[in-house]
Design a protein around this ligand. Structure first.
Ligand code: AMP
Ligand code: MG
Length: 496
C-alpha cells in the first residue's frame, strides 16, 4: 500500500525530465545530525525520526515505502559559460512529501551515489560539504532567509576519493522544489523548446498557484509571465537579504538559482566577518566573479538568462515577448534596491529609507572596511546603542568601535532623531534585524574537522546555537565573537 503523503508529480511529466536513480547502500551509517523541528513541521512519521529504519532508508539500505527515487536533468551557465547538460549528479529525489494539501516538499538525498547525470563523477559527498550545508542552510532559515533545508546529515562509513581519501556522508535536503533556472534553460536551449511548455505550466502551478488564480492566468503564456515576474521579484529580495547579512554564496551559476527563490547550494559559501565589499572565499572563483559586491549584478544577469529562455512561450509575437521580458528584467534593480533599503532601514533603526540615507549607510560600510571591523557585531553594537542596554550583553568585550565609527555614530544619532516613528519601536526592530550570531566560517570549519573524526558535539552545539540568532545567550563570548587572525578562514571549497 503506498503512503498517501508521497507524491511524484515531477516524474509524472515524463522521461524527458527525470531518470530513475537508486541510492547506493552505505556500509555503516551513523547520524551526524537530525533536525527534529523540521521533522515536526513536515509531520514526518515518528517511526522514521532518527530511528534505525530511517537511517537505513536514507542511506540506500532499504527502500522507503511510497518513494520512487529519481534524478532530474538541467543545464546552466557555470561561471558565464553555458553547459548544455548538467543534472542531479549527486542528488536523488525520493519524492515529494505533502505535509499538508498546500505544502509540497522535495525530499532529496545528496551524496547517495551515481545517477544518469553524474557525468563521470562518483555521486558521493565527503563529510565536510554535508556538515557545511546542514549547518549553514538551517542557520540561514533561522535568520529568516528563504532557503532549502536540512532534515538530516549522516556519515556513511564509506570512503570518498578526492585529492585525499575522505569519510563519506549523505544529507537529506528539503526544498519547495529543486527546479532551477537551469531546468528552464535545458528545455529552452539544449532541447530548443521541446518540453518547455509543460515545464513552465508545472513550475508556475507548483510555486505561484495563488498568483495564477488571482490573475486568472490559464494559458501557458500567462503562466510564463507570472513565473518570470514572481521569480525575478523573489530573487531580487533574496539577494538583498544576502547582502544585508554579508552572505557570499560563492557559486551563483544559473543551475544554482531556484525558481522558488530559495537559496540553494551551500558549496563554497561564507559570511564576512570583518567587512570587505569585495569579499570572496571560493577557491575556484579565481576572477572573483561571485564576490560579495557582484552578487546583485550577477543575479540580474541570471534573471535575464531566465527571461530569454521564456521568450518562446511568453508570446507568439517575438517583439511582444521581448518587450514584456525586458520590462520585467528592467525592474530588477528597483525591486532589489527597494528590498535592500527596507532591510538597511530596519538594521539602522530608521523609520524609512530616505535618499540621503544611502550616503549614511555607505559611510558606515566604508568605516568598517577601513578600520577592519566586524559587520555583524557593528550592527549589533548599534542596536545596543539604540536600546541603551549594552550593559546586559558581552558586546562591550566583543566589539570596540574605532574613532571614525564613533564619529559616524553622531551623524547616525542625528538622523535617528528625525525619525517620525517611536524610537523604542525602531530600536526593538533593530534587535530583530541584526543577528547576534551568524554561522561564522571558523566555527563551521571546526565542526567539519571534528565530524571528520566522528565527533559530532561541536556540530550539535553550533546547530543548536544558530537556531536563535537574534538573542544573546550565555555562551556568546564564543559564538558571537569575530575570529582572531589565526582563526580566520579565508578560503572555502565546494567539495564536489
Ligand atoms: P555544483 O557546483 O555543486 O552546483 O555542481 C555542478 C554540477 O556537478 C551539478 O550537476 C552536480 O550534480 C554535479 N556534481 C558535483 N559533484 C558531483 C559528484 N561528486 N558526482 C557527480 N556529479 C557531481
Ligand atoms: Mg549545484
Amino acid at each position: 500500500m503506498s503512503n498517501p503523503q508521497w507524491q511524484h508529480s515531477y516524474q509524472a511529466l515524463g522521461s524527458r525530465y527525470t531518470g530513475p536513480a537508486n541510492p547506493d547502500p552505505a556500509s555503516s551509517p551513523e547520524w551526524m545530525g537530525w533536525n527534529e523541528a523540521l521533522a515536526e513541521q513536515l509531520k514526518w512519521p515518528h517511526n522514521l525520526r532518527k530511528t534505525d529504519d530511517a537511517l537505513a532508508a536514507f542511506t540506500g539500505q532499504s527502500t522507503l515505502e511510497g518513494t520512487r527515487p529519481s534524478a532530474s536533468v538541467y543545464a546552466g551557465h557555470q561561471f558565464g559559460q553555458y553547459n548544455p547538460q548538467l543534472g542531479d549528479g549527486r542528488a536523488i529525489l525520493l519524492g515529494e512529501w505533502s505535509a499538508s494539501p498546500s505544502e509540497l516538499y522535495d525530499i532529496q538525498l545528496k551524496g547517495a551515489g551515481q545517477t544518469p547525470y553524474s557525468r563521470g563523477g562518483d555521486g558521493k559527498s565527503p563529510v565536510g560539504p554535508v556538515v557545511r550545508e546542514y549547518l549553514v542552510s538551517e542557520a540561514m532559515h533561522h535568520l529568516g532567509v528563504p532557503t532549502t533545508r536540512a532534515l538530516a546529515a549522516i556519515a556513511t562509513g564509506d570512503r570518498v576519493f578526492r585529492s585525499d581519501v575522505e569519510p563519506g556522508a549523505v544529507m537529506v535536503r528539503v526544498a519547495k522544489s529543486h527546479l532551477r533556472f537551469g531546468s528552464i534553460q535545458y528545455f529552452a536551449m539544449t532541447r530548443e523548446g521541446d518540453g518547455l511548455e509543460e515545464l513552465v505550466d508545472y513550475a508556475a502551478e507548483r510555486h505561484f498557484a495563488e498568483v495564477l488564480s488571482a490573475k486568472s492566468a490559464e494559458s501557458t503564456a500567462a503562466k510564463a509571465e507570472v513565473l518570470l515576474e514572481e521569480t525575478v521579484k523573489r530573487i531580487a529580495s533574496l539577494v538583498a537579504h544576502w547582502q544585508s547579512l554579508g552572505f557570499v554564496h560563492g557559486v551563483m551559476n544559473t543551475d544554482n538559482m531556484l525558481l522558488s527563490g530559495e537559496t540553494i547550494d551551500y558549496g563554497p559559501c561564507a559570511f564576512v566577518d570583518t567587512f570587505k565589499a569585495d569579499a570572496m572565499f571560493s577557491a575556484i572563483d579565481s576572477q572573483g566573479r561571485y564576490r560579495l559586491s557582484n552578487q546583485p549584478g550577477i543575479a540580474h544577469w541570471n534573471t535575464s538568462v531566465l527571461a530569454s529562455c521564456l521568450l518562446k512561450v511568453l508570446n507568439p509575437s517575438e517583439d511582444r515577448a521581448v518587450a514584456y521580458a525586458q520590462s520585467v528584467i528592467d525592474e530588477f534593480p528597483r525591486w532589489y534596491s527597494d528590498a535592500f533599503k527596507t532591510r538597511i532601514a530596519a538594521k539602522l533603526g530608521l523609520d524609512s529609507f530616505r535618499p540621503e540615507d544611502t550616503e549614511l549607510h555607505d559611510g558606515f560600510l566604508k568605516t568598517l572596511e577601513e578600520d577592519q571591523l566586524d559587520l555583524s557585531l557593528a550592527y549589533r553594537w548599534l542596536t545596543h546603542q539604540a536600546l541603551e542596554d549594552s550593559g546586559h550583553t558581552p558586546i562591550g568585550d566583543l566589539f570596540i568601535p574605532s574613532d571614525a565609527l564613533l564619529d559616524w555614530r553622531s551623524a547616525w544619532e542625528r538622523r535617528r532623531a528625525s525619525n517620525k516613528a517611536d524610537s523604542q519601536a525602531t530600536a526593538a526592530s533593530m534587535s530583530q534585524a541584526n543577528p547576534v550570531v551568524i554561522p561564522r566560517n571558523h566555527h563551521v570549519a571546526a565542526a567539519i574537522a571534528d565530524a571528520e573524526v566522528q565527533d559530532y558535539e561541536f556540530l550539535k552545539a553550533a546547530f543548536g546555537r544558530w537556531k536563535a540568532p537574534f538573542e544573546w545567550q550565555d555562551s556568546d563570548r564564543l559564538w558571537a565573537a569575530s575570529p582572531t587572525p589565526t582563526e580566520r578562514v579565508t578560503r572555502t571549497f565546494c567539495g564536489t
